[in-house]
Design a protein around this ligand. Structure first.
Ligand SMILES: C[S@@+](CC[C@H](N)C(=O)[O-])C[C@H]1O[C@@H](n2cnc3c(N)ncnc32)[C@H](O)[C@@H]1O
Length: 227
C-alpha cells in the first residue's frame, strides 16, 4: 500500500477521519519534517518514520518506495490538500514508485482562508507560486483573474516572490492599488492576519503565509436585495 494523504492545514482536528485511520495503520509514514511532526501523535510507536527536506526528498522517497515494494503499508503525508500546490511532490512520489498512487484529499490552507475571508471559490481563482520553474504563466494568469474581477487566493514562493513582491508585480502590471489584500499566517495554529491594500503591502511575512486579493466588484452574495 502506498497512499498520499492530505494532512490538513495544521490543526490535527482538521485531518480527515480516513487520513487519521491510514496514518494510524501505516508501517511507514513519510513526508516533510513539519508535516510528519503534525501527524506524529497518530503514528504507531513501531512504525518507521522517514522525514525529508527539499534537498534529500528524491533519495528519501526512493527509500519509501523500496519499503512499499517490500510489502510495507506506506503513507506519505502532504501539507493541507494534495490537489492545492502539491502535485510536484506527488509526481516525485509516483516517479519513485514507478506507478500512480492513491490520494486522499485533505483540507487546504486555501479552503481555510476562504472560510476566514468569507469568499466563495466559485468567484475566486487559486494561484500558487510555490513551485519550481518558470512563474511567468502563473503571474499572467493572476493578472487576468483580477482583470476579470475575480478574487484571488495566492500562495507566495519563499523567498523570491513573497506577498510584497506579488503586490509590486501586480501594481507594475496596472492592477489597481486599491484592491483589498489580506495575508494570513499559520492558519489554524498560531494565526496572524494583516489587512490592507495592494499598494500598502510592503512588509515581510513568514513562509507559512497565504494571500487573499479581493475584487472591488460586489459579488452577488454581497448585493442587497432590491426593495
Ligand atoms: C507547497 S504549498 C502546499 C499547500 C498545501 N498543499 C495546502 O493545501 O495548503 C506550501 C505553502 O502553503 C501555504 N500554507 C500551507 N499551510 C498554511 C497555513 N496553515 N497557513 C498559511 N499558509 C499555509 C504556505 O505559503 C506554504 O509555504
Amino acid at each position: 500500500m502506498m497512499v498520499c494523504v492530505g494532512a490538513g492545514p495544521g490543526d490535527l482536528g482538521l485531518l480527515t477521519q480516513r487520513g487519521t485511520e491510514l496514518v494510524r495503520a501505516a508501517d511507514v509514514v513519510a513526508g516533510f519534517d513539519a508535516v510528519v511532526n503534525l501527524v506524529r501523535p497518530l503514528i504507531r510507536p513501531d512504525a518507521r518514520v522517514v522525514t525529508m527536506g527539499y534537498r534529500d526528498q528524491v533519495q528519501k522517497l526512493d527509500e519509501v518506495a523500496g519499503a512499499h515494494r517490500g510489502g510495507a503499508r506506506c503513507v506519505v503525508v502532504f501539507m493541507g490538500d494534495i490537489h492545492f500546490s502539491g502535485f510536484q511532490f506527488l509526481e516525485r512520489v509516483e516517479r519513485a514508485c514507478g506507478q500512480p498512487v492513491e490520494t486522499v484529499p485533505g483540507i487546504s490552507s486555501a479552503q481555510v482562508l476562504a472560510s476566514r475571508g468569507r469568499v466563495c471559490f466559485d468567484e475566486t481563482t487559486f494561484v500558487t507560486f510555490h513551485r519550481r520553474g518558470d512563474l511567468q504563466p502563473f503571474k499572467r494568469h493572476l493578472v487576468r483573474a483580477l482583470e476579470d474581477d475575480r478574487n484571488a487566493i495566492v500562495i507566495p514562493r519563499p523567498w523570491d516572490f513573497m506577498p510584497k513582491d506579488v503586490c509590486a508585480y501586480l501594481l507594475a502590471r496596472g492592477v489597481s492599488g486599491d484592491l483589498p489584500v489580506e495575508v494570513w499566517e499559520n492558519l489554524t495554529s498560531r494565526e496572524a492576519q494583516w489587512s490592507g491594500t495592494l499598494a500598502g503591502c510592503a512588509r515581510d511575512f513568514s513562509d507559512m503565509s497565504i494571500m487573499l486579493i479581493r475584487t472591488l466588484r460586489p459579488v452577488p452574495s454581497q448585493i442587497e436585495p432590491a426593495g
